[in-house]
Design a protein around this ligand. Sequence first.
Ligand code: DAU
Length: 247
Amino acid sequence: MKGVILAGGTGSRLLPLTTITNKHLLPVYDKPMIFYPIESLVRAGVTEIMVVTGGNHAGEFLRLLQSGKAFGCTSLQYAYQEQAGGIAEALGLAQEFIDRDKCVVVLADNILGESIKPYVDNFCRQDRGARILLKEVAKPEAYGVPIIENNRLIIIQEKPQFPRSPYAVIGLYMYDAEVWDIIRTLKPSGRGELEITDVNNAYIDRGLMEYDIISGWWGDAGESIESYREAFNYVAEHGANRLVQPV
Ligand code: DAU
């Protein structure tokens, strides 16, 4: 299993903080934001990682993370996304690195209070397909929202005006090698991006998507300045990536 951390995009929702730096280099309490997804993966035993980033500050990631050895990475590679063409486009840049392996993809602005190891282990036991993580939230309309019937995923709606469940699809996705064929079929959405929600819906349509509902704290530190503050405060008080019992 290999890991991909997506750290491109424009960071426009955190302006002016992101005027002269990449969002994922901003501090969340005592560490740069990107440290949290790296630690999540390494603590789950995923030590071969690619960071995909872009924009004017891509070089800073190399200066900050270097070989990744200090985090316990056995390999840390980098890819450059030329423009913010969407999460699925950014993931497509990791195809050669992942090859026929399975992968865990993490959005670099997502922070989890708990260890992801139990969920990664569930995916290791899964023969094929994909796996997503859901979290009950107060404001699902800010995220991808699943419709679930009889415990089966029916579809994910991206930022729906009227959410049909209380869950957010969090920014941690696990895929088999079928993901590369799916990405090739995608068309840009209304906002001009290749959407990760379209990738996930393709797996749902094929009957190959599983999910876990996470029990611990989750935050998207890049959703708004408020969510950034919440993430900062949570980590300052409780830390991140702690081992707890899954649901
Ligand atoms: O945080 C979870 C949510 O993340 C999900 O619930 C949504 O379904 C999913 O679409 C995504 O929504 P966001 O609106 O939060 O995505 P955002 O555009 O903020 O991108 C999230 C991260 O993905 C960002 O921190 C860096 C990376 N990214 C994004 C884009 C658009 C890239 O690496 N390249 C890109 O082109």
